[in-house]
Design a protein around this ligand. Structure first.
Ligand SMILES: [Zn+2]
Length: 236
């Protein structure tokens, strides 16, 4: 079996003339930068320790297991708002003024809506992480030489999905009170890709304003103020 290399993409800035005359979400107030939301996390865990390669673990094993977990979590996070992400609400795969295009295996640019693009992402990543030739789980099997580039490709796709959720569906996320989960996942994911240089900083720059805020609050919390996390449960 050979590795499938379908689905590359390029990033282009949106043209000024918008077909539907609607303002992109990012030109409106960025809800996800509001302190009442950026402060929320679901855990106090030290993420830096979480992403560091443990001494006795093989790097590829570490990348494979973490990226598979990120894929599952991002897929799950998207599924919570997918009913609001339709061909009508999200006619193109946009995130913070950036437009993503999907290319088929022959390099043909596909016109697709955000839910279609995300479906392409999820199904192609699913195919990769369950392909024993790419993500070997059996003893004695080796990772392919293209493993690192495939991991980077998966991380780029997953980042696009996260960026779309933040820029187009954050309101729904807050209505479901899932912003703590999304922030936690985003911090963990970004620290991980930075730790192993899996994404070009240019790629993630569209959410630099968010990561700056989240990481500064992360540091603040690390310095102190974990008091709130303490449970005052009385034992009987
Ligand atoms: Zn959408």
């Amino acid at each position: 079996m050979s590795i499938r290399r379908s689905g590359s993409y390029t990033v282009q800035k949106k043209s000024k003339g918008k077909p539907n005359g609607k303002k992109p979400a990012s030109e409106e107030k960025k809800l996800y930068l509001e302190p009442e939301y950026t402060r929320v996390r679901v855990t106090d865990v030290e993420f830096k320790q979480l992403v560091t390669l443990p001494q006795e673990i093989d790097l590829n094993e570490w990348l494979a297991s973490n990226v598979t977990t990120f894929f599952n979590h991002i897929n799950l996070q998207y599924s919570t708002i997918s009913e609001f992400c339709t061909g009508e609400t999200c006619q193109t795969m946009a995130a913070c003024n950036t437009q993503y295009y999907w290319y088929d295996e022959r390099g043909k640019k596909l016109k697709c809506t955000a839910p279609q693009y995300i479906d392409f992402v999820m199904s192609s990543v699913q195919k990769l992480v369950t392909d024993e030739d790419v993500f070997p789980t059996k003893y004695g099997r080796e990772f392919p030489s293209s493993f690192e580039s495939l991991i980077k490709k998966i991380c780029r796709y997953l980042f696009h999905v996260l960026a779309h959720i933040y820029s187009a569906h954050f309101k729904e996320i807050t209505a479901l009170e899932l912003h703590g989960h999304l922030n936690t996942l985003f911090i963990h994911f970004l620290l991980f890709v930075r730790e192993f240089s899996l994404l070009d900083p240019k790629e993630t720059s569209i959410l630099d304003d968010l990561s700056e805020v989240l990481f500064s609050e992360e540091n603040r919390e690390a310095v102190g103020a974990t008091g709130e996390a303490q449970n005052h449960v009385k034992e009987r």
